[in-house]
Design a protein around this ligand. Sequence first.
Ligand SMILES: [Zn+2]
Length: 55
Amino acid sequence: MASSCPECGANVGVGNKPMAGEIVQCPDCGTELEVKNLQPLELAVAPAEEEDWGE
Ligand SMILES: [Zn+2]
């Protein structure tokens, strides 16, 4: 299955059995995308998790 990246519109594959909440990375712009919906398949930019920003 595949959907389009909300950032750049590139085709982003999510495998045969995507799961809601799964994080995939856009091969074009590198944005991390979360599977928001399965029917229809919908991707949204993943929220920034508690990452170490190094500040
Ligand atoms: Zn993209």
